[in-house]
Design a protein around this ligand. Structure first.
Ligand code: SAM
Length: 223
């Protein structure tokens, strides 16, 4: 019975990834391989597990969601993580996005991920342990709206909650040549921004419209 469930999930994962490739959301082999290896069903609460490979966000409790697979694909492609890199994620949620990045940076790299809701940090910790990523992911509980200074500088920063503007401390915590991907805008309607640090210059690129839960904190929305 257990083996049968595993096979069902694997074939559903393959099918979803084929759809994400055909729709143009997945392009790089490294991101395709990572999303093929990470079992999303490990990061979804029991009651929604059968929907793990529907391309939709799912509730994870405390008013928060695990992002839809196409959004994870888009953000990871824009972030463009590389093996061996140091990556900061703000908004751990279920831990799924952190696991996808951890697959790409490998054991030579590391992912620090910050979550403000302690119960979700605990949920992510259990999910990441079960999926086998705790050797390359560290979870921090607290307000990550100003990044996470103790492990800076980072090659990549990804924020999976929406900010009113790009938090200045995150720019300071990026290495030269580093990339930051972040939804920026108003509550419930934002655009995905890619910020590239080139020496003393900061280049902003705007990608697609999106809707994320708010980044709540000192450099986010006050709520
Ligand atoms: N990346 C997650 C995943 O793979 O499941 C989904 C993230 S969910 C869309 C956004 C998360 O950001 C929520 O868990 C929320 O509690 C968290 N969050 C919001 N403001 C935050 C802050 N200031 N610091 C850290 N986490 C924050």
């Amino acid at each position: 019975m257990v083996l049968w469930c595993i096979n069902i999930f694997e074939s559903e994962r393959r099918r979803l990834i084929d759809v994400l490739i055909s729709e143009g959301f997945l392009r790089s082999q490294s991101v395709i391989d990572a999303m093929m290896r990470v079992p999303r069903e490990y990061f979804v609460p029991e009651e929604y597990r059968r929907y793990s490979y529907s391309d939709t966000p799912l509730p994870i409790g405390y008013g928060q969601t695990i992002s839809a697979p196409h959004m994870v694909a888009i953000m990871t492609e824009l972030l463009s993580p590389q093996p061996g890199q140091r990556v900061l994620e703000v908004g751990t949620g279920s831990g799924y996005q952190a696991a996808v990045i951890a697959e790409i940076v490998g054991v030579e790299g590391h992912v620090w991920t910050v979550e403000r809701i302690p119960q979700l940090a605990e949920f992510a910790l259990n999910n990441l342990r079960r999926a086998g990523y705790l050797d390359r992911v560290s979870i921090v509980v607290g307000d990550g709206s100003g990044g996470f200074e103790p492990a800076a500088p980072y090659d990549r920063i990804i924020v999976t909650a929406a900010a009113p503007e790009v938090p200045r401390p995150m720019l300071e915590q990026l290495k030269d040549g580093g990339r930051l991907v972040i939804p920026v805008g108003e509550l419930w309607l934002q655009v995905l921004k890619v910020v590239v640090k080139e020496g003393s210059k900061i280049r902003h690129e705007t990608s697609i419209p999106c809707v994320f839960v708010p980044l709540v904190g000192r450099y986010g929305f006050r709520r």
